[in-house]
Design a protein around this ligand. Structure first.
Ligand code: PMP
Ligand code: GLN
Length: 389
């Protein structure tokens, strides 16, 4: 049967509805515990929300400058220096975007010509493949292998062709919770330098690292000149609905990406930009406390999944832990995730859709731990019981 959607361009055929929206819909329909979509079910720090409310009351309700509020760009630049030792000029190298998602889309639209190839380490966050296709470019997979989701540097180099323009690197990693090691980052940097690739780094979980530490790819020798470093306030401050993100890149790359960005949203979220300007200046203890709280949630969910008979793979960062659902009697992650809301009362996200060839991720399911203890415990209890009351 022809599955093609009428009206939809060939570039977007096959992208359908995001798996996160689909699983959240099933969770609501079956009153299931939602361990699928990655959003916190608790409130942000009141200082963050009060700052946004104050900004609205103070009349900051019209368009912000297209590149972002100058004080926010200054705060992003200072945050980069404070935590990662990177110097980005707020005027010519820092730009605010409508979430990391828009920054990534703008970068791909601006930097890829039709038919250019973009390396994606799979499993990947689904917006990458969509962004690559919307730009008329072609995704080239390099597979990360469980349990540690490592890659073979030779496979990486072998995936490069004369048309390869860029690589997308996401660390800490969604969906696996992997934090790339310095050796892995060095192999990626060597490949970028040898083949003159641009690196698009997605660092939205930069502060959510539970073992080891985060190293931005841009901090490796020769890389800042060729990196578009992308991040967002969403995860660090538990404000996924605010869509305040940013990208830092050298002036030439910044000019290119701003060209696309100004015609996507132009600008967004003025009062939220004001609030994030303040949040980025919070004391170090705030950022440490975030990592500590999420580490405890990771430990709670990983232990619970193990008690429920699953064998969760190591997660060192992000909101997520991945497990093979074979012990629950499933060899297909999609079948499990379609059944689980009704049968077990739990929603999760299948990973096979995060691979260019879904067979490579068959059986792997992602569980989100950015939830209150009560919700995590309820989810685990339901998985253990094996039936939805
Ligand atoms: N990148 C990754 C790896 C993500 O998990 C997400 C989703 N939270 C995003 C980007 C989207 O970030 P934003 O909401 O800032 O667009
Ligand atoms: N980034 C979140 C996740 O991976 C939400 C993504 C979305 O809903 N598009 O679950």
């Amino acid at each position: 049967m022809d599955q093609r959607l009428p009206h939809l361009t060939s570039r977007l055929q096959g992208l359908g509805v995001t798996v996160f929206a689909e699983m959240s819909r099933l969770a609501v329909e079956h009153d299931a515990v939602n361990l699928g979509q990655g959003f916190p079910d608790f409130d942000p720090d009141p200082r963050v929300t009060e700052a946004a409310i104050a900004a609205i009351r103070e009349g900051h309700n019209q368009y912000a400058p297209g590149n972002g509020l100058p004080p926010l760009r200054q705060a992003i630049s200072e945050h980069q220096r404070r935590f990662w030792g990177l110097d980005w000029d707020p005027e010519s190298e820092v730009t605010v975007a409508a979430g990391a998602t828009e920054a990534l889309a703008a970068a791909l639209l601006a930097l890829c010509d039709t038919g250019d190839e973009v390396l994606l380490l799979e499993p990947y966050y689904d917006a990458y493949v969509a962004g690559v296709r919307m730009a008329g470019a072609v995704p080239t997979p390099v597979t990360l292998r469980p349990p540690r989701f490592t890659f073979d540097p030779e496979e990486l180099t072998a995936a490069v062709s004369a048309r390869t323009r860029a690589i997308v690197v996401n660390s800490p990693h969604n969906p696996t919770g992997k934090v790339f090691t310095d050796t892995e980052l060095e192999a990626i940097a060597a490949c970028c330098l040898e083949h003159d690739l641009v690196a698009l780094t997605d660092e939205v979980y930069e502060h959510l690292v539970y073992d080891g530490s985060h190293t931005p790819l841009a901090s490796l020798p020769g890389m800042q000149e060729r990196t578009v470093q992308i991040s967002s306030a969403a995860k660090t401050f538990s404000v996924t609905g605010w869509k305040i993100g940013w990208f830092c890149a050298p002036p030439e790359l910044t000019r290119a990406v701003r060209t696309a960005k100004q015609f996507l949203t132009f600008t967004n979220g003025t009062p939220f930009q004001h609030a994030i300007t303040q949040a980025l200046t919070f004391e170090d203890a705030f950022f440490d406390a975030q990592a500590d709280a999420f580490r405890a949630r990771r430990d709670r969910l990983a232990a619970g999944l193990a008690e429920a008979g699953l064998d969760p793979l190591p997660s060192h960062g992000s909101y997520f832990v991945v497990a093979d659902v074979a012990p629950l009697g499933y060899d297909d992650d999609v079948a499990f995730c379609l059944d689980a809301p009704a049968k077990l009362g739990v929603a999760a996200v299948p990973c096979s859709g995060f691979y260019l060839d879904p067979r490579r991720g068959r059986g792997l399911v992602r569980f989100a731990f950015c939830k209150t203890d009560a919700v995590l415990d309820d989810g685990v209890q339901r998985l253990r019981a094996g039936t939805h009351a």
